[in-house]
Design a protein. Structure first.
Length: 632
């Protein structure tokens, strides 16, 4: 199989640019134009087709481990003459080049490699992994494409000299991509190449469709909800959206605004996930509740914004699923492209608006309680694992202890409490978190409890899960050993540290690594008021350190292991010919012909229940279904 390095250069302008548009919208826009494509083939016998456009650019070279620049007007004829059935493509940000190939040229290579994705895994998500930054990281010459010279210029506007400089810069990027690929591949696990290929194809070869009428209804309902909130508050969207005005409105209601560390100093804690905003949403004063709801409705990515984004995609064709491979520190996927497919709530209207193409079915399979199962197997909490293994209800026992009486499946709220304790307390949840989770009804009907009851429930979990509690303590010790560059084995995990290179990595045998190179013990100073307490810190996203402690390290490790289980299952599923359209955390969504729905479900369920070699006694389970809509 030939490896072909590929890089498209395309028209852009001040108002038509990836800085203002999503990748999908940019590529499918009527203004799109290919200015040229750079190629490097490692196969000296690779055919050059019937390309005869040598007079358009002085940078043309023959194939045979040499770069080739194809000017825009000749790109289609040249590319469609290549043997794509036996060609793997290497690109940097392969979603971009992949959607161009499929949407504009009808080309689907045999395999995809992507240095942008590889760099996130090998170097970490706390670093910038753009091509220019990677070049600097490896001591290579940076990008040389003269973007400012061809901004707003069509191919017909490019003179011979500018076309030559554009081609030379593109070919330099191809050479950089190949060099960086060779460097990254030294530490890259073989199985992960297939995970990247699947991830790229979710976007570059989309299959999902959307119900535009239903999306419009979702948008309208959300718009009415927002208007009602603003009318109740007597404030405009501009008022609520302004930090300064919103602070003044809260202070007028007697609320003391909380702040958090920002890039350039303290900023108000107004994000949807900030605890301060969570508390405002549940405030005893209905007006303060309404203020918080209005702020989040205006500033966050709501169902309305999601409906608008997906509706835009659906109006241009099938919906490309943009997921960032290894976008999270735990190696899980994260959202991208202006919409996070990972945030489609189960049972939500937006999720149900996603549908299969005509004549096909969606096969949705979720790995049931996978984190809880891995956590207890890793910790050696054998009694909990035995309940999972035998199919006994894993929640009734702890629920009965919480309420001091026998609980059955018919006691929905009480069993929900047992589910909450079993599934959410394994990472050291405290009294306030347990109280809030119960009130929100995350695991069943909402339950109102006082803080003392929450504390009692916490101790019930910890008393009945002593091996899990011990695992948190082991993790604290592991952090100290890692800080001192001590390597050791930990259950199925390998902790490998190297003081000479500064590496602190944790991995399963033959699998991707979790990166803790930035681990430090932090003692706060007057010059660093962002963190007021001493403790472990690690950079898990670009430029921002986050707190680390034993139970949180355990959470990282369990989520990492869960990702390995799911992605390894996905590799096996793809190998038998089932197309993976998207994934949501521990769930895979396949697309197959309607008459193959049940067969595909059986295959996917079997693979999702197959225990990994590194944890052979792990009792896995799966649930899901077959439908023409994204639902279970």
């Amino acid at each position: 199989m030939n490896l072909l390095v590929l890089d498209f250069e395309t028209f852009f302008s001040d108002d038509y640019t990836l800085k203002k548009m999503t990748t999908e919208a940019y590529i499918r826009d009527p203004r799109f134009e290919t200015l040229g494509v750079g190629l490097i083939s490692l196969d000296p016998t690779f055919p050059v087709g019937r390309y005869v456009g040598r007079d358009n650019c002085e940078q043309i070279e023959e194939f045979g481990d040499k770069p080739l620049w194809i000017p825009g007007p000749q790109v289609k004829e040249f590319l469609q003459g290549l043997p794509w059935h036996n060609t793997a493509v290497l690109a940097h940000h392969a979603q971009f080049d992949g959607l161009i190939l499929s949407h504009h040229y009808g080309i689907k290579p045999r395999f995809w490699y992507d240095t942008l994705s590889m760099a996130r895994l090998v170097l970490g998500v706390h670093l910038s992994v753009g091509l220019d930054n990677l070049a600097k990281h490896f001591g290579l010459e940076g990008k040389t494409v003269p973007y400012n010279e061809f901004r707003g210029k069509r191919f017909s506007d490019l003179d011979r000299g500018l076309l030559g400089r554009l081609g030379a810069g593109c070919l330099h990027d191809c050479a950089l991509t190949l060099d960086i690929f060779r460097r990254l591949s030294e530490r890259f696990p073989q199985d992960e190449y297939h995970v990247i290929d699947t991830t790229i194809r979710m976007f570059s070869e989309p299959v999902l469709e959307a119900d535009i009428e239903q999306l419009g209804e979702i948008w309208s309902e959300e718009e009415l909800r927002r208007r009602d909130l603003l009318a109740e508050l007597g404030a405009s969207a501009k008022d609520i959206g302004s930090n300064e005005t919103f602070i003044a409105m809260l202070e007028a209601e007697g609320v003391e605004v909380e702040y958090k560390a920002g890039k350039n100093g303290p900023i108000p804690a107004f994000a949807a996930k900030d605890e301060f905003m969570e508390e405002l949403k549940e405030h005893v004063d209905p007006r303060i509740q309404a203020l918080a709801a209005a702020r989040l409705g205006i500033k966050s990515t709501t169902d309305q914004a999601g409906a608008e984004r997906v509706g835009g995609m659906a109006s241009r064709g099938r919906c490309p699923v943009y997921l960032r491979y290894c976008g999270a520190h735990t190696t899980r996927w994260s959202g991208g492209g202006g919409f996070n497919w990972q945030n489609l709530r189960r049972g939500g209207k937006l999720r149900k608006a996603i549908k299969s193409p005509p004549g096909a079915a969606l096969v949705v399979v979720d790995s049931s309680q996978i984190e809880c199962r891995i956590l207890n197997e890793f910790a050696g909490q054998d009694d909990v694992i035995e309940r999972f293994r035998t199919g006994a209800d894993p929640y009734i026992g702890i629920a009965s202890q919480a309420y001091g009486r026998a609980i059955t499946k018919e006691d929905k709220a009480e069993r929900g409490t047992g589910k909450q304790l079993e599934l959410s307390c394994g990472y050291g949840a405290g009294d306030a978190t347990i109280q809030k989770t119960a009130r929100l009804g995350t695991y069943g009907p909402p339950v109102q409890i006082d803080i003392e009851t929450a504390g009692r429930w916490k101790h019930i979990y910890r008393d009945t899960h002593p091996r899990v509690v011990q695992l948190w303590k082991e993790a604290e010790l592991a952090l100290a050993r890692m800080l001192n560059f001590v390597s050791f084995d930990w259950g199925p995990l390998q902790v490998r540290c190297d003081e000479a290179t500064g590496r602190r990595r944790i991995s399963l045998p033959g699998c991707a690594e979790l990166i803790y190179d930035s681990l430090e013990w932090h003692n706060p100073t007057s010059e660093d008021p962002a963190w007021l307490e001493p403790g472990w810190r690690v950079k898990t996203r670009r430029g921002f350190p986050t707190k680390m402690y034993g139970a949180k390290l355990v959470e990282n490790l369990v989520q990492y292991m869960a990702r390995m289980v799911v992605s390894q299952a996905a590799n096996r599923i793809v190998k038998v010919g089932i197309k993976i359209a998207t994934t949501t955390h521990d769930e895979l969504v396949g697309v197959v012909p309607l008459d193959m729905g049940q067969q595909a479900y059986d295959i996917m369920s079997t693979e999702m229940c197959r225990p990994p070699l590194w944890m052979p006694n792990l009792p896995l389970a799966a649930e899901g279904g077959v439908s023409t809509r994204y639902e279970k």
